[in-house]
Design a protein around this ligand. Structure first.
Ligand code: PNS
Length: 164
């Protein structure tokens, strides 16, 4: 039988507990989940692609059917080449919807067999975003409820800014 492969794509700058919740829930539904560190030209990233991949790998250790990869091309092409027919994204609020809907339709146009699934965010992570993690960490705030324990020190140390 055909292996059911899903992709959880994103910038993951850095990966948060909200992302991990969506990844775990995807892993329970599909044979294989690829966490894909992709390029979003609308965003300048703080962490390099190699760092984001490394953090995503460490955060997903122990999830046996999850692997992490990176790509700097079109997501639809990557999905086609990988044999993945599902994209899974988390939706936090209505404000996410318009942009996500546009991306889903564009990806469908580029690869008609590709289905985008939206998972409702867990209420605990409703407010959470990578940019909020970066902001709190830059001011030396506690990020332990936002990122997984094995990444906390590294992210905090890397983002902490010295006061002017
Ligand atoms: O976490 P983000 O930044 O919201 O994720 C957006 C991302 C990286 C998934 C999106 O920008 C993307 O798919 N980039 C790959 C290039 C591509 O296919 N762009 C067209 C998507 S319609």
């Amino acid at each position: 039988m055909e292996k059911r492969i899903a992709i959880c794509p994103g910038s993951f700058d850095p990966i948060t507990l909200g992302h991990l919740d969506i990844i775990r829930r995807s892993a329970a539904l599909f044979d294989e989940v690829v966490v894909l560190v992709s390029v979003n030209y609308e965003k300048h990233t703080t962490f390099t692609a190699a760092e984001r991949v490394d953090m995503a790998r460490r955060a997903t250790e122990g999830l046996d059917n999850v692997r992490v990869d990176s790509d700097n091309g079109l997501l639809a092409e990557y999905a086609k080449n990988t044999g993945a027919r599902w994209l899974v994204k988390g939706l936090r609020a209505m404000s996410d919807f318009e942009y996500e809907f546009q991306m889903a339709l564009t990806n469908k146009k580029l690869y008609p067999e590709l289905e985008t699934l939206f998972f409702t965010t867990d209420i605990r992570y409703m407010y959470l975003s990578s940019s909020m993690v970066r902001q709190v960490a830059a001011f030396g705030g506690d990020i332990s409820e936002f990122v997984c324990p094995q990444l906390k020190q590294e992210i905090a140390a890397r983002l902490r800014r010295a006061p002017d």
